[in-house]
Write a protein that binds this ligand. Structure first.
Ligand SMILES: Cc1cc2nc3c(=O)[nH]c(=O)nc-3n(C[C@H](O)[C@H](O)[C@H](O)COP(=O)(O)OP(=O)(O)OC[C@H]3O[C@@H](n4cnc5c(N)ncnc54)[C@H](O)[C@@H]3O)c2cc1C
Length: 428
């Protein structure tokens, strides 16, 4: 759901752009335009794939190249369900067949560097490609230098499972191998980070597994912050479904981490020393490393952008979207990245046609499963207000705190439905 004014939509149509899905303008005919330009999109996740798809939809004659190293993409949405035993990996794995069929030139390679002055990128294979516009959506990477005792090799022993795939399975298998009555400790990251409800849905999914296979196990969340997304709903959902199995400790109440002894699986937090059987250390985050290599990041490690066009405020003709961008109050989510991808695609087409950009509203929804039959959600609409992307007051909210069991069950159905529709929207 994105909305444009009639003037903006007319501008899009005048530039030969088919209107984005969900938008309509009665009485306007669309026109087509030849030789629209060369656009390269980096990263075949939610942001990059949606941009590539919608570029081709809005301007079929545009040359669109998507660079992504993996042949398939395992979505983080749904990966907590795999960890909790409610889904299999094949259910959360997407291919690029749909994009190929739409005429996107998908190249499986890694971008090594870019030259913003010459408007070129260089791939790991050595090839150099030129662009008129570049869209960068490299996701996140981790800051390994914040806590003592950890480094990038730590993830092989203490999986973060915050990039889906092998990490998801490693964490799932550690859970399954845990002794009866053991402790699962999660270090939840500080803001800003990918998927604000992600750690807390994960705790519920781990509890779901334990409630069937390890009833005396304990889940301890040591948080690096004092509050979290949908907190009241999560806490009452945990208690309703899993009793006292999950303990959450805020940063102020002792969650703050000092160090981890990886070999001995021992955590030194303000809370005290914790010996755990499985440690899910989710490190502090920054934009995917490519963003820094390309000189697109600020001191905090994310990419400053123009709130309307998502064009980098550092390098011209490069747009940064998804988790890597500083998108005001929009959370770092697959839904946000998709919304941004669609609007950026429209603005890239407008810009190549010499037209001024349009400002459109964005949307985000995040569903979280607590059990297979109990889910909660949050939704919001965003607009550019006083030069920043901000929440539209009164548009959105969270699930009713007093919802019936039947309503929670319906939300669990919507959760699965959301997954199906968004992945179809991005890769279908
Ligand atoms: C456990 C968990 C649960 C989640 N659940 C939800 C949910 O329910 N709903 C929701 O909306 N969001 C959810 N998310 C968040 C969502 O996964 C991310 O916000 C989303 O993936 C961001 O999209 P992106 O395009 O920015 O990055 P990504 O999807 O990570 O895509 C980045 C892509 O860039 C590629 N890449 C990186 N560097 C290079 C390079 N140098 N050259 C070429 N390619 C490169 C990578 O291979 C990757 O495929 C969840 C996240 C987690 C961790």
């Amino acid at each position: 759901m994105n909305s444009l004014t009639r003037r903006q939509a007319l501008k899009l149509v005048a530039a030969g752009v088919a209107l984005p899905a969900g938008l309509s303008l009665t009485g306007c005919a669309t026109a087509s335009r030849k030789g629209a330009g060369e656009v390269i999109v980096i990263g075949g996740g939610f942001g990059g794939s949606s941009t590539a798809k919608y570029l081709k939809r809005y301007s079929p004659d545009l040359n669109v190249t998507l660079i992504e190293p993996s042949k398939t993409y395992v979505t983080c949405p749904g990966s907590n369900w795999v960890i909790g035993g409610l889904a299999e990996m094949n259910e959360i794995t997407q291919t690029y067949d749909g994009l190929n069929k739409r005429g996107v030139n998908v190249i499986h390679d890694m971008v090594k560097s870019a030259d913003p002055a010459k408007q070129t990128i260089t791939l790991a294979s050595g090839k150099t490609l030129s662009y008129d516009r570049l869209v960068v959506s490299p996701g996140i990477d981790f800051k390994w230098d914040i806590h003592a005792g950890v480094n990038s090799a730590t993830a092989d022993v203490l999986p973060h499972a915050y990039k889906a795939g092998a990490q998801t399975l490693l964490l799932r298998d550690q859970l399954r191998a845990m002794p009866q009555g053991g402790t699962f400790a999660m270090i939840a990251p500080p803001n800003p980070f990918r998927c604000p409800p992600g750690p807390y849905e994960r705790a519920a999914m781990v509890a779901n597994y334990f409630s069937k296979h390890n009833k005396t196990a304990k889940i301890l969340i040591l948080d690096q912050k004092d509050k979290f997304s949908k907190q009241g709903l999560f806490m009452s959902g945990w208690e309703t479904n899993y009793g006292q199995m999950i303990e959450w400790v805020s940063a102020t109440d002792g969650g703050k981490l000092n160090s981890i002894d990886v070999a001995n699986k021992a955590i030194d937090a303000e809370y005290g020393l914790v010996k755990a059987d499985v440690i899910n250390y989710i490190p502090p985050q920054k934009a995917g490393v490519l963003a820094a290599t390309m000189g697109l990041t600020d001191a905090k490690g994310f990419c400053p952008i123009d709130p309307v066009t998502f064009e980098s405020t550092i390098h011209k003709n490069i747009h940064v979207i998804g988790d890597a961008s500083n998108a005001g109050s929009m959370p770092k989510s697959g839904h946000s990245a998709t919304s941004q991808g669609k609007i950026v695609a429209a603005n890239v087409v407008l810009s190549l046609a010499g037209q001024a950009p349009m400002s459109a509203k964005h949307v985000n929804t995040c569903y979280s499963l607590i059990t297979n039959d109990y889910a909660i959600s949050v939704a919001a609409v965003y607009d550019v207000i006083d030069g920043k992307i901000a929440d539209v007051k009164g548009a959105g909210g969270v699930s009713d705190a007093k919802a019936s069991a039947q309503d929670r069950k319906m939300e669990a159905l919507y959760t699965r439905g959301w997954y199906k529709s968004i992945t179809d929207e991005v890769w279908g």
